[in-house]
Each structure stands twice: as C-alpha cells, then as structure tokens.
Design a protein around this ligand. Structure first.
Ligand code: NAD
Length: 302
C-alpha cells in the first residue's frame, strides 16, 4: 500500500506499546484511526494524544476475546470511516510457566486474547475490505497480525504464549495464501518481535474479573515472569522502532516482519530439526549459561 493520507487504520491494543506507536505514525501519515483497547483510561489518554496530532480518531473500548465486541467495533469503524485500509490485529497478553501448570482460566484468557482476538479481527474486517475492493478500483488494504518470535521458536517455560503465537503465524500465513486466491489488492503481514520494552510484562493488569483465578502462581510461573520482565525491559530496540518496521513492511508489501533478524538462527535450527527428524535442539546452545540457570531454578522448586 503506497498512499496512506486520508485512509483508515484500525489498531487493537492501541493504548500502549506497538499499537500506540503505530497510531502515532498513522496520524503523522494523515490517516483516520480506530483505536481499540480494553484499558479505558489508557485508551482515553492515547486517543486524546493522537487526536491532538490532527488525526480523526474513533476510540473504542473492547475486549478482543469477545466476538460480539469486535463485531460492534467493526460496525462502528465502518459507519464512521468506511472500510479500513490497514488493520493491525495487535492486542495481546503474556503468560509463562511450565505448560502443564496453566489453569483452565489461564488457557481461556490467553487463547481468547492472543488467538481468538486475531481470528475475530480477520473474520470481521477481511470481508469488509474485499467488498471495498470490489466497488473501488483504487482500493488497497493490508492486515498485520502481531505474533512473536515465540510464534516461530518454542522456548521452554513460555507455556501457552508459544501456542497462541504459533497459531497467529499460522492464521497469517493462511490468510496470505487465501487472499492471493481471491485478490491482488489486499495483503497481509505477520509481526514477530523479540523482546522490546513495552507494557507486555504487566499483562495481568488487563485480566478480566471473569478470568480471575484463585490459584497462586506456581514457581515456574514466577520464574517466567521475572525472566520475561528482565528480557523485555532490557530490550535495546524501542516500540517506536518496531512500529516503523510495521509501516515499512506495509509500504513494501513484505510478509514477515522480524524485529531482531539476527535471532533467526534459532528458527533455522528448529526447521533443520524438523527436516532431519532430529529431536528439538537445546534452544540455549549458544548461551548455555541461561539454559543452565533456568534448569537449576526450576529444579530447585521441586
Ligand atoms: N514487547 C515485546 O517484547 C513483545 C514481543 C513479542 C510479541 N509482542 C506482542 O506485541 C503485541 C503488543 O504488545 P505490546 O508489547 O505493545 O504490550 P503492551 O502491553 O504495551 O500493549 C498491549 C495493549 O493491548 C491491550 N490489550 C490487552 N488485552 C486486551 C484485550 N483483551 N482486548 C483489547 N486490548 C487488549 C493492552 O491494554 C495494551 O494497551 C502483543 O500481541 C504481544 O504479545 C510483544
């Protein structure tokens, strides 16, 4: 997609991190923006900031895990601005710990937000965009789904997060292929960031009451939280850098967006494991001390 001025962006998770930084770039490009988020106060603040940059903004509070709320946001977006040209299915939450230690509520929450949130966005907006392309020969659209490096490599103790992000890569690759069957004017990309400082390590702030759990976090979950926080907060790239990568990929119609391409060696090793029928390689083989520390911490919990 070449021209953005006067076009419309829909961004979920727009009140913080990658979503907010992308909204800033969309505003600078002269786009109308639907800013969707679950956190009302942060959304109000973010929407006011983006409006002050001169953009037309429709703030919409929703939980992306709820089908009917994403559908309502789709209707509101269409009524205000017409079919969007750029849809960023980005809202997400983090989780960690040994895969068998998630409670049912943990699974329901993270699958609802990270996987179904993206599925709802694709389900609601793709038909709207295809319809717009049918009636307007100049229409072009682009959908970006936020996965993670955890969508292409499965590090230990990252539990259901890996599962949902693998699923987002799968949705996105399938969407890419399916769109190519029916149109040349709507494209898609998948964003796979590594660790970048945002609010992601405080995801519990957005856990709804009906997903609350009486279970105390297990030792492995506490370890995952501490390591996740350290990795996220010490990331060198900024959320603004990542938002710029997203907008460049949309302009160049590039599918895979990796914030840290130098980390792709671990993806290659994983794919070689699959091709050669090897058991999964040690993900920490280049930095064995990290794996050793994690193993020791987890085992000392027994
Ligand atoms: N920051 C990283 O290191 C990193 C790495 C890989 C992937 N990601 C992914 O990037 C995406 C954006 O996260 P971020 O890092 O900007 O974190 P963030 O916490 O700063 O922003 C996420 C936003 O999503 C919103 N949100 C959470 N649950 C929601 C729900 N149910 N409905 C609607 N909105 C909801 C939050 O309120 C927040 O504004 C997520 O999908 C995350 O998994 C982040």
């Amino acid at each position: 997609m070449k021209t953005l001025k006067g076009k419309t962006a829909v961004i979920t998770g727009a009140a913080s991190g990658f979503g907010l930084e992308t909204a800033r770039l969309c505003a600078a490009a002269g786009m109308n923006i639907v800013m969707a988020d679950v956190q009302q106060e942060a959304l109000d603040r973010a929407a006011a900031e983006i409006e002050a940059l001169g953009a037309k903004v429709l703030p919409f509070r929703l939980d992306v895990a709820k089908a009917e709320q994403v559908e309502a946001m789709g209707r509101a977006a269409y009524e205000r601005f017409g079919a969007p040209h750029f849809v960023f299915n980005n809202a997400g939450v983090s989780s960690g710990g040994l895969i068998w230690e998630h409670t049912l509520k943990d699974w329901e929450w993270i699958v609802g937000v990270n996987l179904m949130g993206v599925a709802h966005g694709v389900r609601v907006f793709t038909p709207m965009m295809l319809e717009a392309a049918k009636h307007d020969a100049d229409y072009e659209g682009h959908i970006v789904n936020t996965a993670s490096m955890a969508g292409v490599v499965n590090m230990p103790n990252m539990g259901s997060y890996n599962v949902t992000k693998n699923a987002v890569v799968s949705i996105s690759e399938t969407l890419f292929q399916d769109l190519a069957l029916v149109t040349d004017r709507i494209h898609c990309s998948v964003l796979c960031p590594f660790f970048v400082p945002t609010g992601i390590h405080h995801s519990e702030r957005n856990r709804p009451a009906e997903m609350a759990d009486d279970a105390k976090p297990t030792k492995s979950q506490l370890i995952a939280k501490a390591l996740g926080e350290k990795a996220v907060t010490s990331g060198k790239l900024t959320a603004a850098d990542v938002a710029r990568m997203v907008m460049d990929a949309v302009a160049e119609n590039r599918f895979y967006i990796f914030s840290h391409p130098r980390a792709l060696g671990s993806v290659q090793t994983r794919l070689e494991d699959i091709m050669l029928g090897r058991n999964p390689s040690d993900p920490f083989k280049d930095r064995p001390q990290i794996g050793e520390n994690l193993r020791n911490a987890i085992r000392s919990a027994e």
